[in-house]
Design a protein around this ligand. Sequence first.
Ligand code: KG4
Ligand code: ZN
Length: 338
Amino acid sequence: MAEKGEAKWLLAIETSCDETSAAVLDRGQIKSNIILSQDELHSPYGGVVPELASRQHLKSIDYIVSESLERAGVQLKDIDIFAVTQGPGLIGSLLIGLTFTKGLAYHFNKPLIGIDHLEAHLEAAFVENPDIEFPALALLVSGGHTSLYFLEKPLTYRLLGKTRDDAAGECLDKIAKFLDLGYPGGPIIEKLARNGDNQRFHFSLPKMKKPGYDFSFSGLKTAALKIIRENNLNREHPALSDFLSSFEEIVARSLLENVRRALTEFQPVSLILGGGVARNQRLRARFSQLAAENNLPAYVPSPRLCTDNAGMVGALAWKKYKMEETLKLDLELDAYPR
Ligand code: KG4
Ligand code: ZN
């Protein structure tokens, strides 16, 4: 088993939802980060079908791992540390990645590090900006999660609030599905909304009964469905772009409202954005704007590092290895869906 300090190559695997991904890192630097999306497979259903997702991971994982090794110019026997996403995610999908990685670590008798998917999304910002200063406030917006964290120091994640119902990405995906626009809805809505008037359709910001930093998107979704029905909106309708632009705007505004309030209470010195929805140009721009208004730096990962990818998983595993973990081959490591 590798002693601390002598490790070099790390292989990370991510299969928590509908991307099969493997990355190879050389002393914490990403050398390859291969992502195979299953969007086309799930598109006819307007959302991820869990059983199809796990079967597809099983078919692809071997090839994706080989490809990541080849691009990095290493062989499996060279890997010093294995890392894998443990959860949260779809249990069947997680188990494919976890079992596969466990098998490799066991065969080569090398350490295995289990990684939390949400912490990995937050780590994505550090890949390109390793010197982000603490304390930081981090907004995570994905298809399965919408949460706000306070990071007082590296590797500490205090959850300030999360969605009580739909995640922001899920809300975008559901509206796109209802309008029969395709899957995943977020990028499709972004494209169609591009030249729309974001003030044409009125939405109110969600109001939470209890004080705090939780989010809620089900009210916005219901309001959107009402507007769609009342105006007979469909994919051909001339007002579609204005509607989608107005909707995207309110989703971004309601996400940032909590960040704005938390800034006052927690006084962070950095702002971090992460998760698949962080690919959205409007959200990226509004987030950076909010940071600038408060004289704070905003760290938003490149789009490729926002959606699910093993690079962020490997980066976090390397940091854990360097900062705190004792290395071991933990074959008891289990997957957790939530
Ligand atoms: O982080 P991610 O890849 O998977 C989860 O962990 O959930 O996020 C996927 C979500 C989907 O809901 C998708 O619609 C959304 O990210 N998304 C976007 C964009 N690209 C992906 N939402 C808005 N604008 C985009 N450009
Ligand atoms: Zn994710």
